[in-house]
Design a protein around this ligand. Structure first.
Ligand code: HEC
Ligand code: HEC
Length: 358
């Protein structure tokens, strides 16, 4: 360290191994930042709940463990003078208090060690994020309640016509559909196909029982049971008949064969004349003479349209032969007991939106 000190060299005169301590002022931007920071902290301190001074310990129940815990109080800040945490007459900053009934209910749940008394503060007084959140939740709950009440009073068609209500219903439908329907119909409603048993695709506009609001409500409330009898119920059909019918159904799908409403071939008459006679005799009772199935003939009998090339169980020859030769059974469970009418309405809106509802 040197004793030498020249006032003009801008140093404090301290020097260690050639490193000198200078008296340069801090940069202006830094000084401003420092003072602005101080002002900000002071304002924050006054406005928001901050210092952990005990202004009344409060007793709180830990929602997970059920343990009663003490939470430190803190200064209240002046936030509650600026924002009124009040909603529908409930002042959140005014600090709700435990009632005897609530304490009894907690004890009934097994929280028997409670030392809280009726009249103890439930939440920290003053403005806090917790109180702010409670108020926001109460506001959302109230909006939801109003919208649900409105849904109750509307028909499926009215909901579909009202964009706001439709979106609200679809939002509620996501969980309902996931919990009750997705296991069979897939989360996107596209159906789940497993060997020999197929759940129908709800996201196309091909319907077994109809896509009108009324048909959908009936399907979901009462369930449906589709039964395609083996060989259309006629044991006398031979394997050759079954194979021919499979070829015919495939031709109806591809358009190679076409039927009018009277069951006459308007295309493929030469090739399919004989098998059409077998079809009209054994299959038309359910699939109708034009093979368009129940729904398109105003009959919700579950017999599918065989002319649209949409196959639930599969459209290849082997599967068609199996379907016709062995029959198919499928059951859509009834939800009328399990779900309330509003939930069923919401699901009908959802299914209608998924596919080309009618
Ligand atoms: C256990 C499986 C299963 C569950 C769960 C299920 N479904 Fe189905 N659903 C089926 C089957 C199988 C069919 C076809 C019935 C038939 O072939 O007759 C069907 C048919 C339908 C149809 C008729 C489709 C048409 O083309 O007409 C609708 C609509 C439908 N289900 C909606 C729902 C909704 C909404 C839910 C949830 C609340 C649901 N399903 C839950 C198995 C199920
Ligand atoms: C008693 C009424 C009834 C008769 C008769 C009937 N079907 Fe069906 N058919 C149905 C029903 C209902 C379904 C849907 C099965 C289900 O939901 O499980 C069906 C389904 C089918 C399917 C499946 C289509 C697909 O999407 O995978 C084919 C193919 C079919 N029938 C062909 C025939 C043929 C060919 C005959 C005549 C031999 C016939 N059906 C007679 C009621 C009938």
């Amino acid at each position: 360290m040197s004793d030498h000190h020249d006032p003009s060299d801008n140093s404090t005169g301290h020097e260690w191994d050639g490193i000198r301590e200078l008296k340069n002022p801090a940069p202006t931007w830094w000084t401003w930042g420092f003072y602005l920071g101080l002002i900000f902290v002071t304002c924050y301190y006054i406005i928001y709940p901050s210092s952990p001074f005990n202004n009344g310990f409060q007793k709180v129940i830990n929602g997970i463990t059920g343990q009663e815990v003490l939470v430190d109080g803190h200064t209240k800040g002046i936030m509650h003078l600026i924002f009124d945490n009040e909603f529908e007459g409930v002042k959140y900053y005014a600090g709700a208090k435990w009632t005897q009934a609530e304490i009894d209910a907690l004890k009934a749940k097994g929280y028997n060690e409670l030392t809280i008394k009726a009249g103890d503060l439930k939440f920290q007084d003053g403005w806090t994020y917790v109180n702010e959140t409670r108020q926001e939740i109460a506001e959302i709950e109230s909006l939801r309640r109003d919208a649900m009440a409105q849904l109750d009073s509307m028909s499926v068609a009215q909901i579909l016509a009202d964009d706001d209500m439709k979106h609200f219903a679809l939002g509620r439908a996501r969980v309902l559909f996931g919990d009750n329907c997705a296991a069979c119909h897939g989360s996107g409603g596209a159906g789940v196909v497993s060997a020999g048993f197929a759940f129908p695709n709800l996201s196309d506009d091909d319907w077994l029982y109809g896509g009108t609001p009324d048909a959908l409500l009936e399907t979901i409330t009462e369930g449906r049971e589709g039964a395609m009898p083996a060989k259309g119920g006629n044991d006398e059909l031979t394997d050759a008949d079954v194979a021919n019918l499979a070829g015919f159904v495939s031709a109806l799908g591809s358009g190679e064969a076409k039927l009018n409403d009277d069951g006459e071939l308007t295309a493929g008459a030469g090739k399919f004349g004989a098998v059409n006679a077998v079809f009209q005799e054994n299959c038309a009772a359910c699939h109708y003479a034009n093979a368009k199935g129940g729904v398109l003939n105003d009959d919700a009998n579950g017999a599918v349209n065989l002319t649209d090339a949409i196959y639930r169980f599969g459209g290849d020859m082997a599967t068609l032969k199996e379907t016709i030769g062995l029959g198919r059974q499928a059951k859509m469970p009834a939800f009328g007991e399990k779900l309330d009418p509003t939930s069923i309405k919401i699901l009908a809106v959802k299914v209608h939106q998924l596919g080309g509802g009618q």
